[in-house]
Ligand binder design. Structure first.
Ligand SMILES: *Cc1c(COP(=O)(O)O)cnc(C)c1O
Length: 547
C-alpha cells in the first residue's frame, strides 16, 4: 500500500489495453500470490483462519464503501489491500481440523486447471462458444450415468453425444440439480393432452384443471434438503406441498408412513408428483431405503428422484456402494462434484436414467439453441455456464475410480473410528452413527448421562427436557468457543432423536471428508471440547443439580 503514495494509477486507453494483454511483473504482489499458490499452497491457505477472532461487524467496515471508485488502482495495490482485508479473514476450509462442513481440501492440480478454464472462458450454453468443452461435459455426464446405472457400451455410444438427448445436466450445484429434476417431473406429469398444451405453455392452474387434480405433492423424508422447498416454490407447487415424512431411529424415511401419506393425499384428490429419496442426508448422512421407495414410486406412477448431492460419491467405492442399493431405479439423481468428489464449488449434476427425460424442459431460441444443435443450453435451467465439467473430468481421470475408492473408504473408516472414540469416552454421547462419513454427538458428563438414561427409562419426559435444555446451551457454547479459538471447527444442528421421544436437541456435527484429517486431530478436537466444557462451571453446576 505504500506504493500508492508515491505513484498514482491513471485510466488511459493504453493502460486498459494492457490489462487484457500483459501479465503482472514477477515482483508484484499478484505474482507472489500465484507463486505461493503453486509452490506453497498450504502456507498460503493457512493465512486464512479457522477462527473468527475479528468479529464480522469489524470485517464489514472494510467493505462499507458504496461508490464505485472513480480512480483506477494498480493491481499490486489492490492485491496487497485484499491480503489484509479479505484473505486474512477468509475461512480456512482446507484445514484438516476444519471438520464441520462438506467443504474440504482440494487436490493441487485443480488450481492451475481452474486458471486455464477461466482463461479459455468457454460458455457451455452453446457449441459456438465451447466446441470441445461440450463433448467433454457430455462425457462427464455419461461417466456419472454409468457409475449409477451401469448401462452397456452401446447405450453410451448411442446417447452420450446425441443432439436431442442428454444423460444429465451439469449445473452450479445440488440446488439447481434438484430444481431441474423436479421441473422435469412436473412437466412430464402435466404433459400436453388434447386441448391442453402442457404446463410449459398453459401453466399449472390449467394443468390441474385439465387433469382434475386438486393439487400436487412431493413426498420426502423430514431430513430432506431445504433446496426442495425452493424448487416447490419456484415450480408453483408451494412449499407446503413438500410433504415431510417421519424418519425411523436411524434417520431413514419410514416408507410405510410415506405410503399412508400418499394414500391420504390421493383420497383428497392430490396427485403425488414425485418421491424424493435422500442418499446421504445433510444433517446425519443417512441413506433412505431406496429400493422400497422405488417400489412405492412404481405403485404411485410418479417420478422417483434421489438426492445424492453429498452421498453419491460413495458409489465410487465397491466396498460401500451397496449402501446406495436401489439408486439405479431412480428416474433422476443429484450428485454434487464439489462435495465428495473434491472439485471446487460450482459443480453440480443431475443425471437422468432415460436420455429422453430432458425433453420435458427443452427450450429453443433462434440465435442459439437451434433445433437439432448439440447446444447443452436447450436442456438446462441455467444459461451461460463455465467449463467446470473440465475440473470434474480432471479429477475423474487423475484420481480415477481406484483413487476415489481409497478416499471414500478412508473417510468412512475415519468416521467409524471417531464414532468409537466418542462411544468409548464416558463424557460424550454419540447421537447418530455414521452410515457414511458424517456423524453427530454431544458432550454429556458421565453423571448427567446416567441421570438422563434413568429419566428416559422411567419416562420422566419433563426431566429429560430439563436436562436436554441445559445440554443444548452447553453444546452451543462449546461449538461457538471452539470456533472462536480457531484451532478446529465442527458445526452444529438440531435433531429430534427417537430415543428422547423426538425432543429437539442441539448436537455437534462432523463431516470427515478431508483426506488430511488424522486420528490425532480427532482426539485433539475432543480434548479441546472437554476443556471448553469443563470451564463452563455455571452450566455444569446447574446440570449437577438435576442429577
Ligand atoms: C449440499 C446438498 C444440496 C444442495 O447442494 P448445493 O450444491 O449446496 O446447492 C442438496 N441436497 C443435499 C442432500 C445436500 O447435501
Amino acid at each position: 500500500m505504500s506504493a500508492s503514495k508515491s505513484r498514482k494509477a491513471t485510466a488511459s486507453e493504453e493502460s486498459l489495453l494492457r490489462i487484457f494483454t500483459v501479465p503482472e511483473a514477477p515482483e508484484s504482489t499478484l505474482s507472489k500470490i500465484e507463486q505461493a499458490l503453486s509452490e506453497d499452497l498450504e502456507g498460503f491457505l493457512s493465512q486464512s483462519i479457522v477462527a473468527l477472532e475479528k468479529p464480522l461487524h469489524q470485517v464489514e467496515r472494510d467493505f462499507r464503501a458504496f461508490e464505485i471508485p472513480d480512480d483506477p488502482k494498480f493491481v499490486s495495490d489492490y492485491t496487497e489491500e485484499m491480503m489484509q482485508t479479505l484473505i486474512a479473514h477468509s475461512v480456512h476450509t482446507a484445514a484438516p481440523s476444519f471438520i464441520g462442513h462438506m467443504t474440504s481440501a482440494l487436490p493441487y492440480f485443480v488450481l492451475p486447471l481452474s486458471k486455464m478454464m477461466v482463461g479459455l472462458n468457454q460458455n457451455l450454453v452453446k457449441i459456438e462458444t465451447s466446441k470441445a468443452f461440450t463433448p467433454l461435459e457430455r462425457q462427464v455426464l455419461g461417466m456419472m450415468h454409468h457409475l449409477i446405472y451401469g448401462e452397456r457400451e452401446n447405450f453410451y455410444q448411442r446417447w452420450m453425444h446425441s443432439a436431442n438427448h442428454s444423460l444429465g445436466a451439469f449445473c452450479s450445484g445440488g440446488t439447481v440439480a434438484n430444481i431441474t429434476a423436479l421441473w422435469i417431473a412436473r412437466n412430464r406429469l402435466l404433459k400436453a393432452d388434447g386441448d391442453f398444451a402442457g404446463v410449459t405453455e398453459d401453466g399449472l392452474l390449467a394443468g390441474l384443471r385439465h387433469y382434475g387434480w386438486q393439487d400436487l405433492a412431493i413426498l420426502v423424508s423430514e431430513r430432506g434438503h431445504y433446496s426442495l422447498g425452493k424448487a416447490a416454490d419456484l415450480l408453483g407447487i408451494g412449499r407446503k406441498n413438500i410433504v415431510a415424512v417421519a424418519t425411523d431411529a436411524n434417520n431413514r424415511v419410514d416408507v410405510t408412513a410415506m405410503r399412508e401419506t400418499a394414500q391420504t393425499l390421493q383420497q383428497q384428490g392430490v396427485r403425488v408428483m414425485a418421491i424424493v429419496g435422500v442418499a446421504g442426508t445433510t444433517e446425519t448422512g443417512n441413506v433412505d431405503p431406496l429400493n422400497e421407495l422405488a417400489e412405492l414410486a412404481r405403485e404411485l406412477q410418479c417420478h422417483f428422484h434421489v438426492d445424492a448431492a453429498w452421498g453419491g460419491a460413495s458409489l465410487m467405492s465397491t466396498k460401500y456402494r451397496q449402501l446406495m442399493a436401489g439408486i439405479e431405479h431412480a428416474d433422476s439423481v443429484t450428485i454434487d462434484a464439489h462435495k465428495q468428489l473434491y472439485v471446487p464449488m460450482g459443480a453440480g449434476m443431475v443425471i437422468f436414467k432415460d436420455p429422453e427425460l430432458a425433453r420435458a424442459i427443452v427450450h429453443h431460441a433462434e440465435y442459439i439453441l437451434r433445433r437439432g444443435s448439440k447446444d447443452l443450453g436447450s436442456q438446462t435451467l441455467e444459461g451461460s455456464r463455465p467449463g467446470m465439467a473440465m475440473l470434474v473430468h480432471a479429477c475423474l481421470q487423475i484420481i480415477g475410480r481406484q483413487g476415489y475408492e481409497i478416499l471414500i473408504n478412508n473417510s468412512l473408516e475415519k468416521a467409524h473410528y471417531f464414532a468409537e472414540l466418542i462411544k468409548q469416552h464416558p463424557d460424550f454421547e454419540l447421537i447418530s452413527e455414521p452410515e457414511l462419513c458424517l456423524l453427530t454427538y454431544r458432550y454429556v458428563p458421565q453423571k448427567v448421562q446416567q441421570a438422563l438414561n434413568d429419566a428416559v427409562q422411567q419416562q420422566q419426559w419433563q426431566k429429560v427436557a430439563q436436562i436436554n435444555t441445559l445440554l443444548d446451551e452447553l453444546t452451543q457454547t462449546v461449538q461457538k468457543a471452539q470456533r472462536e479459538q480457531g484451532k478446529s471447527f465442527v458445526s452444529r444442528t438440531r435433531l429430534q432423536p427417537a430415543y428422547y421421544q423426538r425432543q429437539s436437541i442441539t448436537v455437534l456435527r462432523v463431516v470427515l471428508a478431508n483426506p488430511l484429517t488424522t486420528e490425532q486431530i480427532l482426539k485433539d478436537v475432543l480434548s479441546e471440547q472437554i476443556a471448553i466444557a469443563e470451564s463452563k462451571s455455571h452450566l455444569l453446576n446447574q446440570l449437577a443439580k438435576l442429577c
